[in-house]
Design a protein around this ligand. Sequence first.
Ligand code: CA2
Length: 158
Amino acid sequence: MPEHTVLYVLNGPNLNLLGVREPDIYGHETLADIQALCEAAAGVATVVFRQTNHEGELIDQVHEAREKASALVINAAGYTHTSVALLDALKTLTIPIVECHLSNPAARERFRHRSYVSPVAAGVVSGFGSFSYELAVKAALKLAQERSQSAGRSETTT
Ligand code: CA2
């Protein structure tokens, strides 16, 4: 794990349209606003914040997080409900993963009830709009900190 805490926040397709379309479901904030909220919630930790509309690129970003991140927050958007390839990529990570959604997919259409991210996530934060991201960042950083503390303890006892 990196010495300095690095948190990856990955965003899937269409989230670049936040604040422009469907504000009744996804709120009025833009993705840039959400990035600023994540950076504020992360304090001194470095936030690498990305968005892509392409499945393969999202998977490349997950691979990058595997090398560089202490924890991952992911809102895979529509790929949450469809992408076995994304699940396969996420399964290769050993860092904590927190699944995040603006809306509450469980309260929406049936096809949104299945998540290919949840099986490998430490937890899921959904339904709180941009506040979901702030909560997810806090949770991911707490898990990363706990990991690094327990790694430090096992180093001193071996
Ligand atoms: O609630 C979430 O964060 C979702 O991940 C958003 C996805 C949806 O497919 C998931 O079920 C739940 C959709 C993202 C689309 O974002 C838009 C933003 C503005 C306008 C249109 C789409």
